[in-house]
Design a protein around this ligand. Structure first.
Ligand SMILES: Cc1ncc(COP(=O)(O)O)c(C=O)c1O
Length: 409
């Protein structure tokens, strides 16, 4: 620790290293949380540092906690009505952490090789995570259509899973889960339920209030919303699961950095506004695509013919999400259609405030084998649109001209 009165006697080299740092914190409260880049925190005495380590409270080393990251965690925990949340450097790290925490028996700190029952329709890398980091290390991993209550009951009975994993709105086929029913089923078999709510966001649904155990977000998507920060976060319904996440995250080490935490928290401030606009744009795009002869099928929970429509209408407060997927009548026309788009950006992500187009077989699900894609209904002609906040007329005009290119060819 440096004392102010020593500074006058410092040589230039010493001043360059120390001057300006460790001054008293500002007297007034900053309106927004500053970006705390310091990796360490100082205590007046060694005893006080030791006491901070023992209690686990306060900050001492950034992998154990950082005030900027804590602000983002608090914002998400409040949005999800959670007991606490833990942030990670990506959505995949968050999923990994959630699966480890959910497979840690109550009262223990280490996860056990486990039995996981997963939805068949999941983001591609999530399936690969289950196969390559869990099944390959001795976990039992089974898949079922979790929208089918009878098949789910049979799978719970047959496999006795410790963890059930699903997406509340699935990527990319936009299946909608009956979370209240699934919570009931998981509880009666003693399984913990982990929900990836990246596509729904807390604006559409707050799964913990329905009894889900852990909620996961790829914050890279809607929470951040601007395509400039990667991150993930897990929100816990119970204090026990929160503590488990905190303890394990210190060892996993996939900690979120303070710069990203600040950007993601800033993104969250406009999440509700963005979602309203993105859902409204998606509804209009879905309605338009159903009328076009070059389009064979549209997947969108807001359409009356979508199998999850009634459920989604009740669960999501009249919004149906910002993604629309569809099959072109001629899958060979797909590259021409995507290349002809001018406003929709062909970027492999979703949830940003600009509109995006992606081909799941080539992007989000390219790591799956052709057989795995076929089992999951992900065809070569499937297109996924993520609607941004642009003016709807410009978006419709862009789709119209790109589809017209197919007719002309
Ligand atoms: C539903 C879903 N969950 C998790 C992830 C992984 O997130 P990240 O890319 O931030 O690791 C993605 C990425 O696209 C996703 O779509």
């Amino acid at each position: 620790m440096t004392e102010q009165h020593d500074q006058a006697s410092w040589h230039l080299e010493t001043s360059l290293v120390h001057a300006g740092d460790r001054t008293a914190p500002p007297v007034a409260t900053p309106t927004v949380t500053p970006i705390y880049t310091s990796t360490t925190y100082l205590y007046p005495t060694l005893d006080e540092l030791d006491a901070a380590f023992v209690s686990g409270e306060g900050y001492f080393y950034t992998r154990y906690g950082n005030p900027t990251v804590a602000a983002f965690e608090q914002a998400l925990a409040q949005a999800e009505a959670a007991r606490g949340a833990v942030a990670y450097s990506s959505g995949m790290a968050a999923l990994h952490a959630a699966l480890l925490a959910a497979s840690t028996p109550r009262g223990e700190t280490a996860p056990r090789p486990t039995s996981i029952l997963a939805a068949r329709d999941l983001y591609g890398s999530t399936t690969v995570l289950l196969e390559e980091l869990f099944a390959a290390r001795g976990a039992q991993v089974n898949y079922v259509d979790l929208c089918d209550a009878e098949a789910t009951a049979a799978a719970l009975q047959a496999y006795a899973p410790v963890v059930v994993l699903a997406e509340s709105i699935s990527n990319p086929l936009l299946h909608v889960l009956d979370l209240a029913k699934l919570v009931e089923q998981c509880r009666s078999y003693g399984a913990r339920l982990v929900i990836d709510a990246t596509l729904a966001t807390p604006v559409l649904q707050r799964p913990l209030t329905l009894g889900v155990d852990l909620v996961v977000h790829s914050a890279t998507k809607y929470l951040g919303g601007h395509g400039d920060a990667a991150g993930g976060i897990v929100a816990a319904r119970t204090g026990l699961l929160h503590v488990t996440l905190v303890q394990q995250s210190r060892l996993l080490g996939a900690t979120l950095g303070p710069y990203e935490a600040q950007q993601l928290q800033r993104g969250m401030k406009t999440l509700a506004l963005r979602m309203e606009r993105q859902c409204a744009n998606a509804a209009q795009v879905a309605a338009y695509l159903t009328t076009h002869p070059a389009v064979a099928h549209v997947y969108y929970p807001g359409l009356a013919e979508h199998p999850g429509h009634t459920l989604a209408a009740a669960a999501f407060g009249g919004r149906f999400g910002g993604l629309v997927s569809f099959e072109l009548a001629a899958s060979t026309a797909l590259p021409r259609f995507v290349d002809a788009l001018r406003l929709f950006l062909p970027a492999t992500t979703l949830g940003d405030l600009y509109s995006l187009v992606s081909v799941p077989a080539l992007a989000s699900h390219r790591e799956l084998t052709p057989e795995q894609r076929a089992e999951r209904g992900i065809s070569a002609g499937l297109v996924r649109l993520s609607l941004g906040i642009e003016a709807i007329d410009d978006l419709l005009a862009d789709l119209q001209q790109a589809l017209a290119c197919l007719e002309a060819a």
